[in-house]
Unconditional design. Structure first.
Length: 302
């Protein structure tokens, strides 16, 4: 059931100009504040205002987002409850989601991908430094301004505090949070989730930005779930017929996609550095080595 449109109202000093988005838990408005200017204003949906779990998650997003101060993270201005409404005021980020941009343009060049990954890694490193694991990295949660080629990370709704006791950070077997295409395998199997889960998600995003597809071909949640836990991901250089990437870039991405967190790069910064170094190298040969090259020469002469 749709919620009442609050456009035109002033709430906690924010003038709501228009509703620009609506999800399962919250509505988003473009708003104006006398001192802060343009803002994004999130309001918990009316049907969830009496749901303690929904309220807790909404406030957690606000609290965790406010703890991360970095240019690559959408800034949290204010949050609270007034007039029976739970709200969250955020920096207004120009552009569109990275998902929307890539769906329109297709895969991106390795140099641009390396730059975007470096920006995202810096934002995630700031979150990790603040003791926060994002856990829901996906292109839909990344704002991209094509004019400036800058990205901003948002949505800490299912983030978790890395300083919580281990038993409070476990994801129960059979229950996981995050988007399945980008979630780390350990989040599916009930293992302890730490910052290396964000490395896996960032590696999956990198793979998708380069190829336009995901490392696993599962068509249904059940099929994808099984593949994530039991099968190796498709190598980067086999993802797109006729498209070859530098060997170092493939190695960096595939290491980030290791099922065992201990085999991934130790930090998001190390992952981004490996991607940058790999993308600067020439593409890998198309296969076959010297013998295949000689065969091609012979065929051209025939």
């Amino acid at each position: 059931m749709p919620s009442d449109n609050l456009a035109g109202r002033t709430i906690a000093g924010y003038r709501l100009l228009e509703r620009v988005g609506e999800g399962g838990t919250a509505e988003v408005y473009r708003a104006q504040h006398a001192e802060r200017g343009a803002c994004a204003f999130k309001v918990l949906r009316s049907g969830l205002r009496s749901d303690p779990t929904a309220i807790k998650r909404f406030l957690r997003e606000a609290g965790y987002g406010a703890r991360v101060q970095h240019p690559g993270v959408v800034r949290t201005y204010d949050y609270g409850e007034t007039e029976g409404l739970h709200y969250l005021a955020l920096e207004w980020a120009d552009g569109k989601s990275l998902a929307e941009y890539v769906h329109r343009t297709g895969p991106l060049a390795p140099a641009l991908v390396a730059d975007l990954v470096g920006q995202l890694a810096a934002a995630l490193a700031a979150a990790h430094q603040a003791g926060i694991i994002h856990r829901d990295l996906k292109p839909e949660n990344i704002m991209y301004d094509a004019t400036t080629q800058r990205v901003k990370l948002l949505d800490f709704g299912i983030a978790r505090d890395a300083d919580l006791p281990a038993e409070e950070r476990l994801t129960r077997t059979g229950f996981f949070v995050g988007t399945l295409k980008y979630v780390a395998p350990e989040a599916l199997s009930g293992e302890l989730v730490d910052g290396r889960a964000d490395i896996y998600s960032l590696a999956t995003i990198t793979y998708w930005l380069l190829t336009g597809r995901h490392p696993y071909a599962g068509k249904t949640p059940r099929e994808l779930f099984q593949q994530l836990l039991t099968e190796p991901p498709l190598p980067l250089n086999k993802a797109v017929p006729g498209r070859r990437f530098p060997a170092g870039l493939e190695a960096a991405v595939m290491r980030g996609l290791e099922r065992d967190p201990g085999r991934r790069q130790p930090t998001v910064t190390a992952f981004a550095e490996a991607v940058a170094a790999g993308s600067a190298a020439p593409p890998a040969p198309s296969g076959g080595g010297l013998i295949e090259a000689l065969k091609r020469v012979v065929r051209r002469r025939e």
